[in-house]
Write a protein that binds this ligand. Structure first.
Ligand code: NAP
Ligand code: MG
Length: 508
């Protein structure tokens, strides 16, 4: 396609041999009992990146048993917060020391640009450090006003064995939004990455051992959702499932977990709107919209896949976003200048294109892109930056998660209309508002149905600020104090002190 910024040069080398990803169970790296592996071919480079053990019920059962034993014997759960924090801080240091090794595999398996992988793998160390700090500040409540003879204490305790199931779009980052917080709380874990991106999760096993995480405290099983993930969500020895992925699988896990009433925390999809008022800093808003839709090729739960822009400025604003889109560096992920890389699988690319072609057939106007992108040297598993307007609120491209570099434009005239359009969704993960008027921003923020509202920015995040969705975007929270609390159970102690209790039995 003409007039796009396509990067074809490659400056970072592909490793000489594929990475061999193995299960990490009870502190030991191991192959599958039957020797089965799955191959991951890079979506951008076509090479065999990794071969991962393809776990079955035997490996999953072993990992759950190891986590259960490790939790129950207290080798981790009964350490002091100070001791757990020291180990988690070491993991953070080791993550930073191994950033490049992790980043190259993350890029080749997922298709994301190397600069982004470096940021996500190395940057994840901050999540580990923050979680470590929480390990030392866990506390409950005391009730000292129950009368002279009574004292009530509410304790927080680790919930137990946690299953952690993660997707392919941010493999190492999402793992780090969950695992260090669960470990900081004193839980033991069984982790399953997506079979498309197993390597950086498997590599973490080495770092955990080196940092001194005791055997059995974190177990990693590689393999498919069925049977590994489903066993992790149904097994009676698992106390909680923490899942990030699609809404469809999230619903399935909730139903499957119901049989044993384990706790389920879900981070699911989104159809996240940014609302742009005429008084906003429109240059900054256009840049943030461009970032919000193309970051990670739109394969992002927080993708701002739709904008709701005031009708008076819509034409100019869309023209500005189209112009900026032409400057975004799409192309070879193994070049540090590349900003947007490959699509994870051919099937997913076809799904993205299907939404665009259906919208066109229904009369939507394609202002930019709308097709597959061929990048010299790395093939055609890329998609053009795409901007679509002239849509109606009932179209699939407006309602469903496209998970690609595709922006849809809706317009409004009053704030009431903007809020109604923003909330007209089954999802409620995040939303944004752009205005120079604080009253407008607050009015929108209070009434928007979403777990996170960004005002005059997009996708800024901090380990301290909790994250999660409402409606069908999920349940429970991740990161921050609230995210940490998800991994804690509450126990009440009611104690008589001093005088004995008044007898219940009347002895004549
Ligand atoms: P997915 O298909 O739902 O898979 C997520 C994970 O669940 C994978 O490890 C998958 O294993 C596993 N799984 C599949 N079926 C399962 C089952 N029956 N029981 C237990 N586990 C099962 O999602 P994805 O395609 O990898 O990721 C894209 C989706 O994730 C998007 O919808 C996106 O919005 C969402 N997402 C949400 C957030 C958030 O924080 N809200 C963040 C990132 C992504 P296999 O695929 O290996 O078989
Ligand atoms: Mg899947």
């Amino acid at each position: 396609m003409k007039d796009l910024n396509i990067i074809t040069e490659q400056t970072v080398a592909v490793p000489d041999a594929p990475y061999q990803a193995r299960h990490y169970i009870d502190g030991v790296f191991q192959d599958n009992e039957d020797g089965r592996v799955s191959d991951r071919i890079s979506p951008s480079h076509g090479v065999l990146v990794s071969q991962a053990a393809l776990g079955g019920e035997a490996e999953t059962a072993k990992a759950i048993a190891a986590a259960r034993t490790a939790f129950d014997d207290g080798r981790w759960s009964r350490l002091s917060g100070k001791e757990r924090a020291a180990v988690l801080t070491k993991v953070a240091d080791l993550i930073e020391a191994n950033e490049e090794r992790l980043a190259v595999l993350e890029t080749l398996e997922s298709g994301k640009p190397i600069s982004q992988s470096r940021g996500e793998c190395g940057g994840a160390a901050d999540l580990w450090r923050y979680a470590a700090s929480l390990a030392r500040s866990s506390h409950g409540q005391s009730h000292n006003a129950l009368g002279d003879d009574m004292l009530g204490v509410v304790l927080k305790e680790p919930i137990g064995v946690v299953s952690i199931i993660t997707p392919w779009n941010f493999p190492f980052w999402i793992l780090s939004q969950k695992l260090p917080f669960a470990l900081a709380a004193g839980c033991t874990c069984v982790v399953k990455p997506s079979e498309m991106t197993p390597s950086t999760t498997a590599m973490l096993g080495d770092l955990l051992t080196e940092a001194g995480v005791p055997a059995g405290v974190c177990n990693i099983v590689l393999g498919y959702g069925t049977p590994v993930g489903s066993m992790m969500s149904t097994h009676e020895d698992v106390d909680m499932v923490s899942f990030t992925g699609s809404t469809a699988v999230g619903k399935h896990i909730t139903a499957a977990a119901g049989n044993t009433l384990k706790k389920v925390a879900l981070e699911l999809g989104g159809k996240n709107p940014q609302v742009i008022f005429p008084d906003a800093d429109l240059e900054s808003a256009a840049d943030a919209v461009t970032f919000g839709v193309y970051f990670n090729v739109g394969q992002c739960c927080n993708s701002s896949s739709r904008i709701i822009v005031h009708e008076d400025i819509a034409d100019d604003f869309v023209a500005r976003v189209v112009e900026l889109s032409r400057h975004v560096a799409f192309g070879n992920p193994l070049n540090p200048d590349t900003q947007v890389g490959a699509i994870v699988t051919q099937d997913h690319q076809a799904k993205i294109d299907g939404y665009v072609q259906a919208a066109k057939a229904e009369g939507a106007e394609v202002c930019l892109g709308g097709g597959v992108l061929n990048v010299d040297g790395v093939g055609a598993q890329f998609y053009q930056p795409t901007v679509i307007r002239g849509v109606t609120a009932d179209m699939a491209i407006v309602r469903e998660e496209v998970f690609g570099p595709v922006l849809v434009v809706q317009t409004f005239s009053t704030i009431e209309e903007a809020i109604a359009l923003a909330n007209d969704s089954d999802y409620g993960l995040s939303a944004g508002v752009w205005s120079d008027n604080i009253h407008t921003c607050l009015a929108f923020s209070r009434r928007a149905q979403a777990g996170t509202i960004w005002t005059n920015t997009w996708m800024d995040g901090f380990p301290e600020v909790t994250f999660g969705g409402v409606k069908q975007s999920g349940q429970g929270r991740e990161i921050g104090q609230y995210g940490f609390d998800e991994f804690l159970e509450v126990k009440s102690l009611v104690m008589r002190v001093g005088a004995s209790r008044a007898p219940w039995v009347k002895v004549p």
